[in-house]
Design a protein. Structure first.
Length: 255
């Protein structure tokens, strides 16, 4: 309700009182003066009430902004500005349910900075923080479609959620991420993989989210793909299609 509507009755009383005074309905001048004084006091009270209402509205707006900021902070990684693990878990559940309702494809990318401990030990934690921030910006800058989402998974690991994306699109994006980090050319003298910072990526995909699969299957698939990428020499992308894994498991069971 607007301020005018909230105080409509009070405003009406004042207007009626002013009309009575203007019409000269009071024969006794003392009574007229007393009525005018009472009306003035009533008008002051109304003015104060309206001022207090505006102050209250401003305080509520400030409180809403503060609560929204606190919500952002509770969902944000303090170092990189990306979503934190808590927010990641929430978004994963949301996107999984949405994909399950529509029978849509879904993909998950696990990204790990290669030999990051050696980087920290060589260049120091401050440089390590700057490296994490630069990698986070590079990854986030490649996500443009609705629903795409990247978060800091923990330590030097990141996770990207790609709803409604076919395997070919996942692999293309993963390779672009790998190349984008390499293009940063952050020196890493102690890396056995390259002279600069690189990342390994594990990609897990589902052509259709349905009751046969679970979100945990997708997580484990991405984790396993990342493990394979690291074992194969790092600075590369490995893809696991969960349909093939489930089909193989079914064949083994049937056999």
């Amino acid at each position: 309700m607007t301020e005018q509507g909230l105080f409509a009755r009070e405003i009406e009383v004042i207007q009626q009182g002013q009309k009575r005074l203007a019409a000269g309905l009071f024969v006794d001048s003392a009574a007229a003066a007393a009525y005018a004084a009472l009306l003035a006091d009533y008008q002051k009270l109304l003015t104060q009430a309206r001022r207090m209402m505006r102050i209250s509205d401003m305080m509520q707006e400030d409180m809403n902004r503060l609560n929204a900021r606190l919500e952002d902070l509770s969902s944000q990684d303090g170092l990189t500005g990306l979503a934190n693990r808590r927010r990641l878990d929430e978004r994963l559940e949301e996107e999984w349910r949405r994909a399950a309702r529509g029978g849509d494809p879904m993909g998950l990318l696990m990204i790990d900075i290669d030999h990051f401990k050696r980087f920290n030990d060589t260049y120091g934690h401050s440089a390590g923080d700057e490296c994490l921030q630069a990698v986070a910006r590079a990854l986030a800058g490649l996500l443009q479609r609705p629903g795409e989402f990247v978060a800091r998974y923990g330590g030097e690991e990141f996770m990207a959620v790609l709803p409604a994306t076919a395997p070919a699109g996942l692999l293309l994006l993963a390779e672009r991420m790998r190349a984008a980090v390499e293009a940063l050319a952050i020196p890493h003298a102690q890396s056995p993989t390259a002279s600069h910072v690189t990342v390994s990526l594990g990609v897990a995909s589902l052509q259709r989210v349905d009751l046969r699969s679970s979100l945990e299957d997708l997580r484990q698939g991405a984790d396993q793909a990342l493990y394979q990428a690291k074992n194969a020499g790092r600075n590369q992308v490995v893809h696991i299609a969960l349909e093939q894994v489930m089909s193989s498991a079914t064949s083994c069971t049937c056999g």
